[in-house]
Every structure is written in structure tokens, then in C-alpha cells.
Design a binder for this molecule. Sequence first.
Ligand code: PLP
Length: 290
Amino acid sequence: MLLTPTPLEKHYFRDELIFLKRDDLLHIDFSGNKARKFEYFLLGNFPQIKRVVSYGSNQSNAMYSLSVLAKMKNWEFIYFCDHIPSFLRENPVGNYKYALKNGMKITTSKDRGFDTNSLKDTQTLVIQEGGRQTEAEIGIKKLAFELIIDIKTKNIKNPYIFLPSGTGTTALYLQKHLPFQVYTCSTVGSDEYLKEQWGMLDEEKNFPLILNSEKKYHYGKLYPQALSIYKELKTDMGVEFDLLYDPIGWIKFLENIDTIEGTPIYIHQGGLKGNESMKARYERKYGKIF
Ligand SMILES: *Cc1c(COP(=O)(O)O)cnc(C)c1O
């Protein structure tokens, strides 16, 4: 079901040698790293479970991936988000559209802090926003083991890992299971927020290192600089990245690359289904550009 192991490819970008772990190729229907994070639920057997409940944004990659999981498992999928713009209701696109196609029941709730755990019962699985939960460690540990084998096989000297974070779950568990340094950056909130998320998952404090940039970037905002690096990566490497996390990731990574010793491995975490709505937003702002 999962196409593991995924390839580790050698690339050059702006004259830098960079290896790419192609986790975007993991599963045709799962959005990138969410397949790793939900692998425990995907492969496990949960005969008592009848439904899955989660919450987050109306274009979340996790939302779409959960709709796939629910469909495969024949579970009901109930999703809460704080609002659905009327133009989206009328013209569904991207993750929202495909999650609905998979049978998602979406409800709006203004109360962002509401406790989804209160919905938990013996038949209901509650998944935290973005899949930030300890079960994610199982699948991410497998990714770490794959990387260790890749690095050995390709004889990569002095490797380090970079990946952009949302909740930081993937970066945290990679660091826990890798003997190499993991670098990341925040895309959703401040660096403090990212550390808080880590604190909720793990007491160990063996946290990844956070890279930053001169300029501040706000989650989900459209930036010409983000668009331009997305295009440059696609043209020069022949690889499409997501438009939400990866451009910010690449900007912050490249700003710091000269200060880090060793050979970088960038984890491509997929998320391309989400590009449909991001491209539509960019085109509403800048005209036909893709
Ligand atoms: C969800 C997602 C992330 C963030 O993953 P976290 O484990 O929450 O840090 C990064 N990139 C893509 C493409 C994603 O879908």
C-alpha cells in the first residue's frame, strides 16, 4: 500500500549538492508526510473504530489524507474547521474538494480551542490538528531507518537533514531516531510556538535545530519570492514542491546553507494536492502564471 522505501536522489541546486528524499512519491492518494504520520492507523487493525474526528484549516493536507484513510477503513470522517468561505463552498477546489469526494462531513465551529477529545468514545478516533500525536512516531521512525540505509548505501559523508515544519511532529521524531543533526524552520507560527509543540509531544528536549531568515513569513500568505523559488526548483531540478511549506523551507534553508557543514538531505514531504488551491490563489492575485 505504501511505496516504501522512497528514493533518495542526488541533485544540484544553485551549485549546491543536495540530496532529496522523495517522500512525495510515497502514496498516490496520501499527501506526503501524512502517510508517514498516519501509517500506524493505516496498517493497524481497529475493529471497534467506526469514525475519525479531526479539526484544522479548510485546505489542510492532513484533512485530505484523513479522508483517504477513512475511506479505506470504511470509517465516517467528521472534520471541524473555523470557517468555510462561501466562494469555496460554491467552487470547491484542492484538498477541500477531494476530501468531500471521499465522504468527509465538514462542520464549522468558531470555538478554535474546543476539546475534540470530548468527542472521543470507544468507536471514535480523535486526530489532533495536522496529525500532531504520538502515534506518528511509528511511521516517522521508519523514515529515519530508511534514511540511515540510504546514507550508508550512497556513502554520504557528514550528512544532515533539513525539512520545513508545520506542527514539527515529523522533524521531532526524525531527530529522535537519527544519529545526524536535523534542521528545520517554522512556517506556521513563531519558533517559540514550534518548541511548544515539541514540548507537548516529547519530554526529552533533543529538539531539532531551527533555522531562520531575515524576513518574516506568515503562514499561508502569498509571496512573490515563494512563487519564484517554487518555479526555479521546478525548472532546475525537475521536481515540483508544495507551495505552502516548501518555498519558506527552501528560502530559510538556502539562507543558512553556508553556515552548516556537511551534506544536506532535504525531505520532500509531498502536499502537491494542496497546490491546486494555492495556484488558484496565486492566479487570483497575479493573473495566469502557471
Ligand atoms: C503537513 C506538512 C508539513 C508539516 O509537517 P509537520 O509534521 O506538521 O511539521 C510539511 N510539508 C508538507 C507538504 C505537509 O503536508
